[in-house]
Design a protein around this ligand. Structure first.
Ligand SMILES: C[S@@+](CC[C@H](N)C(=O)[O-])C[C@H]1O[C@@H](n2cnc3c(N)ncnc32)[C@H](O)[C@@H]1O
Length: 473
């Protein structure tokens, strides 16, 4: 039975390496097809996800214990073995023995001998003992050390460190948080579901979001509200950045909202519900929304947050038709269109509020997909940030004087966040930046402002970035 689990993990590792498979899609399918369930399914899952997350560290240890570079299939088996030896409580003789059997069966007798020798060496030390041996000296190369110790590409380590700025000492904490599996967070879309309904189905209230609930275990799809799209799986920071956009008080008309990059529809689902029904939790709270647990080190400025009363309509756009279809499935009242945000299908200044959740590297959500950190490519940043600037330009053109734009990325990388906002603002004199933290008074630790930066190690959320920009009246 153990071998079934290890064979499945090995197959997923090979598919990830050879055909860019997504482990979180392929593994559940393999488990289903092969009838693997219970403890074996849990073992296969831990083996696959844990090994993919940790392989930066394991590769360094494997290299230190090998006299030659292993073939790709052998290397994957060694990585699985290293994970069992260094991170799981599997007895060394079992971890080595089952790995050798796996390689003998799947690769060949010669490779099995090599794997036996390498894994025996690895088993001689604990992870804590290996790291100082295989990682660069932390004094001479701090980023290199963190990259190996916490199994992230070096460029991601430096991107997090730069984004943390004066809090760069927390870089190791972000990396460690990325290695934890995120808990499942749900959103109860106002007017369509409620946190109470989700609690009755076994969820617990979320830390910050008045519409959030955490599901400690079980399949979210079994909850009726989720199955009926009245609620959904959504990271808490994603809920809060959407909510912040709706909380900015506007003078005059407030009826037309735009979600410029809406697919697959997470934020659009919440915005659509608030546009129609209002920010029901905010309206119920008195006198100032979010009074409890206010921003650390700063008073909540009363009167800044204004819960939306309802009566607006959302237009949700995405350039990809299949993603626009997903938005259509998840919203109720929104008008959904397939449109390229850089070539507006609407009149200038047509909207009162605009959400731009821009396409980005996704460095803020690496914890969600075990292999994602190894797939991202720093060379994509220049092109992405050009597109982000263009889209922010069209978002600002789409909003009326006095209206507000939320610029959001699921990445803390400075080139996708502050640099984009700074460049666009430098070229326009019709826009002012608001302090986004003022519209999230229940959340502390969002940085120095005026933008708000969420972090997994501080908030238990994705590393989501928010800037709020108002077009001058
Ligand atoms: C970060 S995702 C948005 C996630 C979404 N807001 C949510 O909460 O589920 C970015 C989206 O932008 C879309 N996109 C990329 N380029 C675009 C463009 N030029 N115009 C409109 N949408 C675009 C992508 O198809 C993708 O669905």
């Amino acid at each position: 039975m153990r071998d079934q689990a290890r064979n499945a993990a090995f197959d997923v590792m090979r598919a990830v390496a050879e055909r860019d498979a997504y482990a979180n899609l392929l593994l559940p399918r393999l488990l289903r097809e092969r009838g693997i369930s219970g403890r074996d399914a849990a073992l296969a899952t831990e083996l696959t996800y844990g090994t993919l997350r940790g392989l930066g560290t394991y590769d360094a240890v494997i290299e230190a214990c090998s006299d030659r570079a292993p073939d790709p299939a052998v290397r994957d088996a060694l990585r699985l073995g290293a994970h069992q030896l260094l991170q799981m409580r599997i007895p060394p003789h079992a971890a080595v023995g089952t790995s050798v059997d796996l390689v003998r069966l799947r690769v060949g007798q010669g490779a099995a001998k090599f794997v036996n020798a390498v894994l025996r060496k690895i088993a001689g030390r604990s992870l804590e003992e290996w790291v100082p041996i295989v990682a660069p000296d932390p004094d001479r190369d701090p980023a290199g050390h963190l990259a190996v110790a916490h199994s992230h590409p070096r460029w991601v380590v430096t991107a997090f460190r730069d984004a943390l700025g004066k809090d760069a000492g927390e870089t190791a904490d972000v990396l460690a948080a990325d290695n934890d599996r995120p808990q499942v967070t749900l959103v109860a879309r106002p007017g369509r579901s409620s946190v109470k309904e989700l609690r009755d189905a076994g969820a617990e209230p979320a830390r910050y979001s008045p519409y959030g609930a955490c599901l400690p275990e079980g399949d979210p799809g079994r909850i009726a509200a989720v199955a009926e799209t009245r609620a959904a799986v959504q990271d808490e920071a994603s809920q809060l950045v959407a909510l912040a956009l709706t909380r900015v008080p506007l003078d005059g008309r407030d009826e037309r909202w735009l979600d410029l990059c809406a697919g697959p529809g997470g934020k659009a689902g919440l915005l659509d519900a608030i546009a129609t029904h209002g920010d029901l939790e905010g309206l119920a709270a008195t006198p100032a929304a979010g009074g409890a647990g206010g921003r650390a080190g700063g008073a909540v400025r009363p009167g800044l947050v204004r819960p939306f009363a309802g009566g607006a309509r959302l237009v949700a756009a995405d350039v990809q038709h299949h993603r626009a279809r997903l938005v259509w499935q998840t919203t109720v009242d929104a008008g959904v269109i397939t449109a390229d945000g850089t070539e507006p299908a609407w009149r200038p200044e047509a909207f009162d509020r605009v959400m731009l959740d821009a396409p980005c590297t996704g460095l803020g959500a690496l914890r969600r997909r075990p292999e994602a950190r190894w797939r991202r490519d720093p060379s994509s940043i220049a092109e992405l940030s050009r597109l982000q600037r263009r889209l922010l330009g069209t978002a600002l053109d789409a909003v009326r004087p006095g209206g507000v734009v939320a610029y959001v990325t699921c990445s803390p990388h400075l080139a996708e966040t502050r640099v984009v906002v700074g460049d666009v603002l430098a070229r326009r004199d019709d826009v002012e930046q608001l302090d986004a933290r003022d519209y999230l008074p229940e959340v502390g630790g969002l940085g120095e402002g005026p933008h708000a930066q969420f972090w997994p190690h501080r908030h238990g959320t994705d590393a989501m970035f928010l800037a709020l920009l108002r077009k001058r009246a």
